[in-house]
Write a protein that binds this ligand. Structure first.
Ligand code: NDP
Length: 401
């Protein structure tokens, strides 16, 4: 059975659903449900116009386990694809356990009242999924997701041993707005304003947010400032690839973005501590999200490319070697195909691929799995076939920073 239930109707979901509909050999009936049904209906209409495929839509509060379980019982999908927000992860996993349904997501759980994302809460579900004979696949987006699969590919085909790994995430796109985030603003700003952390010799090294900067020349994008950050795949890569001595994550930000962010922080608008406003409690960051452009609306104006990949130094046949695996994605091409910009595209396509590999049984397991635990080859093949081609280059030597 290849029927799928997708939860959440933002930019990432829109791409994943368009790609699923475009591949009827991989997916059966597609049902899209979210907090507000009209968002699902808009995606369904676009899918119908582009590919002539009808998808079902529904309204559900994914924070409500019973309501989600009732929807699953009605739809009877083989797989639930969670493209709502990290806050919903545990409740959706509960609903899957309640109904005997496989699970996939792209972002790890984060409590609403604390800007702290970590896998342990979801890893704690391993035994329950195993007992139920179900599979939960965590982190099937780009980063985490493709970046972890790239590490798996490097380990399987390019190096005998990885010593150091750097993940470089560059968005060279320009949306023409003074300030906007490319995916959910609340989740994005919580991530960027958190302290930086990287993994080195078995320890986590913490540095102030956005305090370590390097300059890097990105293929087809140009020279950009990139900043050391904590990112969720560092936690799972450190666990599942214990041989790697140092793992770091870098993301590019323009000066205009950082200036706006600093001002918003200074005036308290990025805080998640509730404040009283006109007699009711509001969370400043949630208010800020409400006044910022919706990421799904940025596609019409965004130009430029993303370039995201892994640089690994290690040993091959007894000789030190450095390799760079990356994908370049064009915002305008992504928009022409799915009506969404490249940040949604680079996340939605891997979500579709992970779902397809689970549905056709290529990736199987009982329990909770991070994507780097699975065979990278079929996923890498599908990236090339479904719009995210990758390339491999050997570098002259390790990164000099
Ligand atoms: P959006 O905010 O655009 O979309 C989220 C969707 O979830 C919205 O449609 C929203 O509803 C819906 N939603 C929120 N709360 C609930 C709820 N309680 N019940 C049902 N639906 C709900 O986010 P994005 O599309 O940009 O991102 C989606 C996910 O992808 C996020 O978890 C994000 O962290 C992750 N992501 C992962 C990346 C990766 O590379 N791994 C990169 C980028 C994003 P409504 O429309 O009504 O607000």
């Amino acid at each position: 059975m290849k029927d799928v239930l997708v939860i959440g109707a933002g930019g990432v979901s829109s791409v994943a659903v368009h790609k699923m509909a475009k591949n009827p050999d991989l997916f059966g009936k597609i049902t899209l449900a979210s907090r507000r049904k009209f968002k699902c209906d808009a995606i369904a209409q676009s899918v119908k116009e582009r590919y002539g495929v009808t998808i079902d839509t529904a309204e559900v509060d994914a924070d409500d386990v019973d309501a989600t379980a009732a929807l699953i019982e009605r739809v009877r999908p083989a797989l639930l694809v969670n493209l709502a927000l990290p806050y919903q992860d545990l409740n959706l996993m509960e609903a899957c356990l309640k109904t005997g349904t496989h699970y996939l997501d792209t972002a790890n759980y984060e409590p609403r009242d604390e800007a702290r994302f970590q896998y342990s809460w979801q890893w704690d579900y391993h035994e329950r999924f195993k007992q139920a004979g179900l599979m939960a696949l965590l982190g099937s987006g780009f980063d985490p997701g493709v970046t972890s699969v790239f590490a798996g590919h490097i380990k399987k085909h390019l190096l005998d041993r990885i010593d150091v790994l750097d993940i470089l995430d560059c968005n060279g796109g320009d949306h023409g707005q003074h300030f906007a985030t490319n995916f959910n603003p609340e989740i994005n700003i919580r991530e960027i304003t958190a302290a930086a952390r990287h993994y080195e010799n078995g320890e986590w090294v913490e540095t102030p947010a956005l305090s370590t900067r390097q300059v890097f020349q990105f293929d087809q994008v140009g020279t950009k400032n990139m900043y050391l950050m904590y990112h969720e795949e560092l936690e799972s890569l450190a666990k599942f690839y214990p041989e790697i001595k140092r793992i770091r994550f870098w993301m590019t930000f323009g000066d205009q973005y950082l200036t706006h962010l600093r001002v918003l922080q200074n005036v308290g608008l990025t805080s998640i501590e509730p404040v009283m406003y006109e007699g009711r409690e509001i969370v400043p960051l949630q208010f800020l999200k409400a006044v910022l452009p919706e990421p799904s609306t940025l596609g019409t104006t965004t130009k430029g490319k993303t370039n995201i990949g892994d640089i690994a130094t290690g040993v091959k046949d007894g000789v030190e070697k450095t390799v760079y695996v990356y994908n370049i994605c064009d915002h305008e091409e992504a928009f022409a195909e799915t009506g969404n910009q490249a940040v949604s595209y680079t996340t939605g396509v891997p979500a579709m691929i992970g779902a397809a590999l689970m549905l056709n049984g290529t990736w199987q397991g009982e329990g909770v799995f991070n994507i780097e635990q699975l065979d990278p080859d079929p996923f890498m093949d599908m990236l090339n076939a479904h719009g995210l081609p990758w390339q491999v280059h050997e570098l002259d030597g390790p990164l000099k920073f």
